[in-house]
Design a binder for this molecule. Structure first.
Ligand SMILES: Nc1ncnc2c1ncn2[C@@H]1O[C@H](COP(=O)(O)OP(=O)(O)OP(=O)(O)O)[C@@H](O)[C@H]1O
Ligand SMILES: [Mg+2]
Length: 388
């Protein structure tokens, strides 16, 4: 509300115009130290600010808005920090408040004048903040769009990389498999010509072992690109208890050498319909990964292998208390050729996933800093025994 007393106060303030503008400019230099000569612009804004303030704000809110926008544009053009700008306006407010306190008008008029200053500056600051927020939101939206595009591009690149690698390794595997088959045949022919046990017989044993290892690796690569479904396999009963015990026995020397504590929890009479060699391979891959993770720590190495029953489904769970799976890996861990190991091929989990999916089951993992757990779940229709 416009009052005569306010007019009186304004008259006094108007007399201080030069002093006010000088202080506004001085404070500006104090807040925004730079070489450029901005004195003129700041003085203009300062006079506008003063004029706007001295005009009754109840009549001229749009002017407050205008001056806020003007300061906002100036701020962005000169790339001034918004926090600094708000603090700077806060100091101008305190300065004006003190000035009002020293004018020869009544206490009530002073209080009214100060209230008016506070409300004026709140309005100015709000009209600076709002467009800045809108701009910030827009920038953020643009940035997240940019990030999403980059992520999509990365994903596309990764898929292309996996496709190229899959094709390449698949054709290498085929190239290796054919000569390997004939090498194997000739070696067996030569071996059959040695009758008595002798050194050579022993060498053949090693050669055959290495050939088998090579064949295994080649078959695993080929398995990855093999989209054949399980209708193409003859499913047989697979005793999970026995399979787990056998797998753990194979790893026994490693557990012993590296002091790995093993804990096994089995279920009675657990058999599923499946391809035994494949399930065995999946189980080996999970245990091998658990061992690999444990070998990166000094001591207190633990592995747990467990069979669990959920309703009518059965899970094979392999856990270890090694270092956690890095977050960046979590999205792509089941993709082929993803590995953090120096000599890792990165196919273990891809093969395991393919195996369990071909049994219409699922694979899941949790890695929380203490334990990493991989769970293979076989569906109800693959369970044979009454497990009650
Ligand atoms: N139990 C685990 N604990 C911690 N990290 C794991 C675990 N299992 C898998 N990983 C991470 O996932 C990656 C992929 O595992 P995967 O078995 O597919 O390949 P790999 O073990 O590196 O090589 P390989 O083909 O010889 O098995 C590993 O390199 C490792 O970083
Ligand atoms: Mg592995």
């Amino acid at each position: 509300m416009k009052t005569d007393q306010n007019n009186e106060l304004n008259k006094y303030l108007l007399k201080e115009k030069i002093h006010i503008i000088d202080e506004v400019v001085r404070l500006f230099h104090q807040y925004f130290s730079w070489d450029e000569n901005t004195e003129e612009t700041v003085s203009v804004i300062a006079s506008d600010l003063l004029y706007c303030y001295l005009t009754d704000i109840s009549e001229g809110r749009h002017m407050v808005n205008d001056i806020g926008i003007k300061i906002g544009i100036f701020m962005r053009r000169k790339q001034l920090d918004i926090g600094n700008m708000l603090a700077y306006l806060g100091d101008i407010r305190i300065f004006l408040e003190n000035l009002v306190r020293h004018q020869p008008v009544g206490k009530l008029d002073q209080a009214e004048g100060i209230a008016k200053i506070n409300s004026f500056f709140i309005d100015v600051q709000t009209s600076i903040i709002l467009p800045a927020m809108e701009l910030l939101n827009e920038e953020l939206a643009n940035k997240s769009l940019e990030i999403r595009k980059k992520e999509e591009q990365l994903l596309r690149n990764e898929r292309e990389r996996v496709q190229v690698l899959s094709k390449l390794s698949n054709s290498f595997a085929h190239e290796i498999r054919n000569p390997l088959t004939s090498i194997k045949g000739f070696v067996q022919l030569l071996e059959s010509r040695i009758e008595k046990p002798c050194d050579e017989k022993m060498y053949f044993h090693y050669i055959n072992q290495e050939i088998e290892e090579l064949e295994d690796q080649v078959n695993q690569i080929l398995f990855l690109s093999n989209r054949k479904n399980h209708q193409d396999f003859k499913l047989k009963p697979v005793q999970l208890n026995g399979l787990i015990v056998n797998a753990l026995q194979t790893f026994q020397p490693v557990f012993y050498d590296h002091q790995v504590q093993v804990n096994v929890k089995l279920l009675r009479h657990t058999a599923i319909k499946g391809v035994e060699d494949q399930i065995k391979l999946a189980c080996y891959k999970l245990i091998q990964n658990a061992v690999d993770a444990l070998l990166t720590k000094e001591n207190n190495r633990k592995i747990e292998v467990e069979l669990k029953q959920h309703g009518n489904a059965v899970s094979l769970v392999v856990s270890n208390n090694g270092p956690p799976i890095p977050t960046v890996l979590k999205e792509s861990i089941f993709d082929p050729f993803v590995s953090t190991k120096e000599l890792g091929k990165g196919i273990g989990l891809a093969i395991t996933k393919q195996i369990i999916e071909k049994h219409q089951g699922t694979i899941q993992f949790i890695s929380d800093g203490y334990w990493t757990t991989f769970t293979l779940t076989f569906p109800e229709n693959k369970i044979i025994n009454d497990m009650s």
